[in-house]
Design a protein around this ligand. Structure first.
Ligand SMILES: [Zn+2]
Length: 327
C-alpha cells in the first residue's frame, strides 16, 4: 500500500509537471489501489426483532472489461472514475447471518476454497469471531449455485455444516445436475461441475431442500424465484415486526456501472436478456418501495437502499453506520 501510494503520488507529480495547468485540471489522477486486510469483518443490523449480521468472506479483484456486457471499456472506466474506482474492481463477497428463534441461518456461504488461498474463504473465521462453529448452523439459504455462494458449503469434498439443511431454487438443481443443459445452452462446464461439487454432499445426506415457487422456507423468511442470472436464482425476504430486508443474490455485481446502466450484464449471467430485465424490474420496485436490500457483491456490508437518479438509472445509498449499545 505504501509503495502504491508513493507510486501514485509520483505519477500525479509527473502529470502535473508535464502538462500546463489547464490540461492538468482536466486530466484525472490515477485511482490508486488500497488493498488491505480487515480484521473485524462483520456488521450488524436489526430488522424488526431479528438481528442480521453481514460477514465478509473477503474481496477479490475482477476485470470488468472482460466480464461486463453492454458497456464499452471506455464507458466502464468513465463510470468507475466517477465513483473513484478502477479496473480491476475490488469486489466484496458478503455472507449474511440471520438469528431466528431456534435457527442459525446463513444466506450463502462465500467461495470456500474455490478461488484459492487469500481470495475469499474467510467465512469460518468470521463465524468463529461471532462465537459460532460450523455445527451451530442449522440452515443455509442459497441465492444460487455459483462458486462464490455455494463454495463455502464444502471443504475437500466434505460438508462444512454437518447439521445444516441447505435450501436452493429447484430450477438450479434441475439445470446444473443435467449434463445435457451444458450442450444445450453453452453455459460453461465449470459452473455445472461446481454446483454438483458443492450441493451433492448435502443431497446425498438428505440435507438438500428445493423450492419451485414462492415459499416461506423458514418462519419469517420467504423465498421467491427470479430466473436470469441462473435458472433458480432466488431472493429471500426476511420480515419481522413490520420491517423487512430482501437478500437479492447476484441481481447486481457492480454498483458504479449497473445502477446507472441496469441493462449491463455480466458473463456469469446464464440468461443475459432475462438477467437484465429482472434487474430493471426489481430496481424499479425496490426504489418505489424504499426497500432495504442486501447484495453479496456490493461493497461490504452490501446493505442499503436504491433511489432513482436524476440522470436516469439509480443511486445506491448504503445503510447508515450505527454503533451504539442497545437499551
Ligand atoms: Zn452468481
Amino acid at each position: 500500500m505504501h509503495m502504491n501510494s508513493r507510486f501514485a503520488a509520483a505519477l500525479l507529480a509527473a502529470t502535473l509537471l508535464q502538462f500546463p495547468l489547464a490540461h492538468a485540471q482536466q486530466t484525472a489522477a490515477p485511482i490508486p489501489s488500497h488493498a488491505v486486510q480487515q480484521e473485524s469483518g462483520s456488521y450488524n443490523v436489526r430488522v424488526g426483532d431479528i438481528k442480521v449480521t453481514a460477514l465478509s468472506d473477503g474481496t477479490i479483484p475482477i476485470d470488468l472489461h472482460a466480464l461486463l456486457k453492454g458497456a464499452t471499456p471506455e464507458n466502464i472506466d468513465k463510470l468507475l472514475m466517477r465513483s473513484f474506482q478502477r479496473n480491476p474492481l475490488e469486489t466484496s463477497i458478503n455472507v449474511y447471518l440471520v438469528k431466528l428463534p431456534g435457527h442459525t441461518v446463513l444466506i450463502d456461504t462465500g467461495a470456500g476454497q474455490l478461488f484459492g488461498p487469500g481470495n475469499g474463504g474467510r467465512l469460518l473465521e468470521r463465524l468463529a469471531a461471532q462465537g459460532l462453529q460450523p455445527e451451530d448452523v442449522t440452515d443455509v439459504l442459497l441465492t444460487h449455485a455459483h462458486s462464490d455462494h455455494s463454495g463455502g458449503l464444502v471443504k475437500d469434498g466434505q460438508r462444512v455444516f454437518p447439521n445444516a439443511t441447505v435450501y436452493v431454487g429447484k430450477p438450479d438443481v434441475d439445470f446444473f445436475f443435467n449434463e445435457s443443459n451444458q450442450k444445450k445452452t453453452g453455459y460453461e462446464q465449470r459452473y455445472f461441475d461446481i454446483a454438483r461439487l458443492t450441493l451433492k454432499p448435502y443431497m446425498d445426506a438428505g440435507k438438500l431442500k428445493t423450492f419451485a415457487a414462492t415459499q416461506e422456507v423458514l418462519p419469517g423468511i420467504t423465498a421467491t424465484l427470479h430466473p436470469g442470472h441462473t435458472p433458480g436464482s432466488a431472493f429471500y425476504r426476511l420480515t419481522s415486526a413490520g420491517e423487512s430486508l430482501t437478500f437479492v443474490g447476484d441481481l447486481i455485481h457492480v454498483a458504479a456501472v449497473q445502477f446507472p446502466m441496469p441493462g449491463v450484464t455480466i458473463t456469469f449471467d446464464q440468461n443475459q436478456a432475462k438477467a437484465a430485465s429482472v434487474r430493471k424490474a426489481q430496481f424499479a420496485a425496490f426504489a418505489r418501495e424504499r426497500a432495504l436490500i442486501a447484495a453479496p457483491h456490493l461493497p461490504f456490508p452490501g446493505m442499503g437502499h436504491l433511489r432513482t437518479s436524476s440522470s436516469g438509472g439509480y443511486d445506491w445509498v448504503p445503510v447508515t453506520y450505527t454503533d451504539r449499545k442497545e437499551n
